[in-house]
Write a protein that binds this ligand. Structure first.
Ligand code: AHG
Ligand code: MN
Ligand code: MN
Length: 336
């Protein structure tokens, strides 16, 4: 059976893109190398050198930095920073963007959450890496604010690596979404999930119900609606929550349903970061036929105010996200 590697897939797509210079393919190759290195480290974490646990540092998010957070951030930053394809690298782990020295600059901007699901690292639950690629849009050599605060619909590509029971690489370059599974014996990602399409409606909802007390009333009504028994509308939905966005999103992409991280009294903007988590996942889900909003606004239309801006995220099957938006607007009340 003909097996297509991720590199072959990207090259084939590259040839079909008018004016392609090979720079994007070269950037993708470097991302793949970094993903394989992080995958190796994740899969042997706990064996040999001490890569598990905390570094004792606090990052720009005010979160404790895990050793694997730091390892993944360093791996992606170093490899991609030397690739000659990007002019800036922005990381969830770093307060400031890294501006590549002028002699090594390329035309792309690389955004990443190098290790997503840090709280799950030490308990052997799925974790991931998320990335997003934009073109530099400002004239001249300098990297400007406008380059670093683009709306998500201007992404050139977005993807994630999920370090789960197998390591998968899910990618969209704006022409559909494809999934690749790592064959560790060959060290190659092979096409395993061509042209992923999210079901129009699902039967699971994914949210941290421990926050129920601090949600808005409409959010409480929405979750009560999904839990109410009504076979005619396939309710109650099942609750699935892993606590790693990449894992909860990947299940939603494959099976349908809705993932929600709403704002609450403690996090009025929500918890998830626009540039590193919400925008790439929104770009992927829309290219798989799904929907992503803040509950009121399309994620991809947002122009972030600042690099680490957080937004509420409702992402998944179109019908499920639309129902959420309707109930959150107060238009349709949940049953008593
Ligand atoms: P990160 O590990 O990159 O900080 O991301 C963690 C995020 C996301 O992966 C997940 O959906 C969410 O935090 C879980 O938050 P709660 O633990 O508050 O449910
Ligand atoms: Mn994350
Ligand atoms: Mn992270």
């Amino acid at each position: 059976m003909q097996r297509t590697t991720l590199v072959q897939h990207i090259r084939q797509r590259g040839f079909s893109t008018p004016g392609a210079t090979g720079e994007f393919t070269s950037l993708m190759n470097e991302i793949i190398v970094a993903a394989k290195i992080v995958s190796l480290e994740v899969n042997r974490a706990g064996i040999g050198e001490d890569i598990l646990g905390l570094t004792g540092k606090i990052n720009v998010q005010g979160e404790e930095v895990q050793k694997l957070d730091e390892f993944a951030d360093l791996t992606f930053s170093t490899i991609i920073g030397q690739s000659g394809t990007v002019c800036a690298i922005c990381s969830e782990e770093k307060d400031e963007p890294y501006i590549v020295p002028e002699e090594d600059r390329g035309k792309y901007i690389f955004m990443m959450d190098p290790l997503d699901g840090s709280s799950n690292i030490d308990v052997n639950v799925g974790i991931g890496s998320i990335f997003s690629i934009y073109r530099k849009i400002s004239a001249g050599n300098e990297v400007t604010e406008a380059d670093l605060r683009q709306p998500g619909h201007q992404q050139v590509a977005a993807g994630y690596v999920i370090y789960g029971s197998s390591t998968m690489f899910v990618l969209t370059t704006g022409q559909g979404v494809d999934g690749f599974t790592l064959d560790p014996s060959l060290g190659e990602f092979f096409l395993s999930h061509p042209d992923l399409r999210i079901p129009e409606q699902g039967s699971t909802y994914s949210i941290n119900e421990g926050n129920m007390e601090i949600w808005d009333k409409e959010q409480q009504q929405l979750v009560s609606h999904l839990k109410a028994s009504d076979p005619a509308t396939q309710r109650p939905y099942k609750l699935r929550y892993i606590g790693t966005l990449v894992s909860d999103f990947h299940r939603t992409l494959l099976k349908g349903g809705i993932f929600m991280y709403p704002q609450d009294k403690n996090s009025p903007q929500g918890k998830l970061r626009y540039a590193f988590e919400a925008a790439p996942m929104a770009y992927i889900v829309e290219h798989a036929g799904g929907r992503a909003s803040t509950g009121t606004q399309r994620i991809l239309d947002i122009v972030p105010d600042e690099l680490h801006q957080r937004v509420p995220l409702f992402v998944g099957s179109t019908r499920d996200v639309e129902l959420a938006e309707k109930i959150l607007s107060g238009a349709e009340c949940a049953p008593n």
